[in-house]
Design a protein around this ligand. Structure first.
Ligand code: AHR
Length: 509
């Protein structure tokens, strides 16, 4: 068995891995919100709290979802928030023109989304409408959400049943405005952004401090796909960082083979890994642009749509993007999260697309059955990285190359309250991998882990919902101050190592 040896120097923690890179994206698309998604309505036989499905809330609380981006996506630039507030029986249904022409009741609107976030215990990340909206519509939404005073929108909110204002820390100004959000040029959008962003005011501090000194809502500019840095360059050049605290970048990975979600060869496992890892170079190019205009890294890169995009499940509505989710999807998630860790100083928010029944979902539903996908398990395994300090992994014996020049194993580490979290991937679909972890400035007191593994095509179904699930990682041993273990083929694991930090500095790296 091939064994790699890593050294982790806990005396040199790096930037914080923001918990917000573990965010999710929920669009009005397919069955993410309605027809099996969050919203079942108060009279449903499926257990719910105020119409929101309880098994979904529970599954999302379990992985400590830090934020949800809503209502789109392309849908955001066609959504008019006033249609989704007030008595439900008076709400006018909407035709979801982007996604299959589905008729939606508008019963899941602002109050229901904010209730969902409160039930999960996460932050809202709302995306406003630039493409078909107005500055006034967006400014009124902010007033409705955040004003505790006597403004017209605060009164309307109270009339609709919510006394206290909500707290909004992140707000998106349109989505993909180079495409579905209005087919604008970068220069055009930059001008629009400056105007719209001016009216996203922090009502929470109004009257307490001057508006120009007020702590900001993080206004996120709509961005391009990771490969296109031209759009980003224009934004960075023409919008002051006082207005733009974040820029969105979208990043979808293709599996490299014509296949549906569950039938593919091992070659696609390797190609998915290669395609995911290749995205790091694209992020680095974006970061270089941002560093040129913003060396102090005040502006966050917000990867608010990412994930593996495979073929839809045969026989489903092509506009609903319902896709199965295998260990190959979990591999993409694990490697992408590792990339975000490595660039934690710039990538500070990210949202996997999309939570339920759409693209790379963490949850699938049919009737009252809920399935946690392999991707959900990655978020479960990795959750201790949230708000940990990134710690670089240095190879003493680097992993050897396997198919397509990929490294045999990938590791990422973070430190929080005297404990080290190490997440690991065995990229080989055929062979076990040995891992030995040495610590440079601490002594391991104990180590325990969990692992998800199987064949690349393994997945959970409504008939067999727990086929893929994490189990205890057997055979983890402490030997001469090192932690030693072996990973089965196609494995994603995480290890918690309790540390004695007083154990001297050890050798320097
Ligand atoms: O996630 C599906 C769609 O992909 C989103 O609506 C859009 O922003 C992107 O092109």
């Amino acid at each position: 068995m091939n064994t790699t040896r890593a050294i982790i120097d806990t005396s040199r923690p790096g930037p914080l891995i923001s918990r917000h890179i573990y965010g999710h994206f929920s669009e009005h698309l397919g069955r993410c919100i309605y027809n099996g998604g969050y919203w079942v309505g108060e009279t449903s036989t499926i257990p719910n709290v105020r119409g929101i499905r309880s098994d979904i809330v529970e599954a999302m609380r379990a992985i400590r979802v830090p934020n949800i981006r809503w209502p789109g996506g392309c849908f955001a630039d066609d959504y008019h928030w006033r249609d989704g507030v007030g008595p439900k029986e008076a709400r006018v249904p909407i035709v979801n023109v982007h996604w299959g022409g589905t008729l939606e009741s508008n019963h899941f609107g602002t109050h229901e989304f904010m209730d969902l976030c409160e039930q999960i215990g996460c932050e809202p990340y709302i995306c406003g409408n630039v493409g078909s909206g107005t500055v006034r519509e967006m400014r009124d939404w902010i007033e409705y959400l955040t004003d505790d005073g006597q403004s017209p929108m605060a009164r309307l909110r109270r009339q609709n049943g919510r006394e206290r204002a909500w707290k909004i820390n992140m707000f998106g100004v349109g989505n993909e405005n180079w495409g579905c959000g209005g087919f604008m040029t970068a220069e055009q959008y930059a001008q629009e952004f400056r105007k719209y962003a001016t009216y996203i005011r922090n009502y929470a501090v109004m009257g307490k401090v001057n508006w120009w000194e007020a702590p900001d809502i993080l206004r996120v500019a709509g961005g391009a796909n990771a490969e296109d840095t031209g759009w980003l360059e224009v934004l960075m050049k023409s919008v002051p960082s006082s207005l733009m605290k974040g820029v969105s970048v979208h990043c979808y990975v293709k599996p490299g083979e014509e296949s549906d979600g569950v039938r593919f060869s091992d070659d696609s496992w390797y190609q998915t890994a290669a395609n995911t890892l290749a995205k790091e170079a694209a992020f680095v190019k974006n970061i270089e642009v941002m560093d040129r205009y913003d060396p102090e890294k005040k502006v966050a890169m917000v990867v608010d749509e990412w994930g593996l995009w495979v073929d839809n499940e045969p026989g489903t509505n092509p506009g609903h993007l319902f896709q199965q989710n295998t260990l190959r999807s979990a591999l993409c998630a694990a490697l992408m999260l590792h990339i975000f860790h490595r660039h934690a100083d710039r990538i500070r928010i990210a949202n996997l697309a999309q939570t339920i029944n759409v693209l790379q979902s963490i949850l699938l539903t049919e009737g009252d059955i809920l399935v946690k996908t392999p991707t959900w398990h990655v978020f479960d395994l990795f959750k201790e990285h949230q708000d940990g300090a990134f710690v670089p992994v240095v190879w003493e014996k680097a992993p050897d190359a396997i198919a397509k020049g990929l490294p045999r194993v990938a590791l990422s580490a973070s430190l929080k309250q005297g404990a080290l979290t190490v997440s690991m991937v065995n990229l080989s679909a055929e062979e076990e991998a040995g891992v030995s972890i040495g610590l440079n400035a601490a002594r391991p007191l104990s180590a325990a882990g969990r692992v998800l593994f199987g064949r690349p095509t393994d997945h959970n179904t409504f008939g067999d919902p727990s086929r893929v699930h994490a189990v205890a990682l057997e055979g983890v041993a402490l030997r001469d101050g090192s932690v030693e273990l072996k990973l089965p083929p196609c494995a994603i694991a995480s290890l918690e190592i309790a540390l004695d930090m007083s154990a001297g500095k050890g050798e320097r790296l």
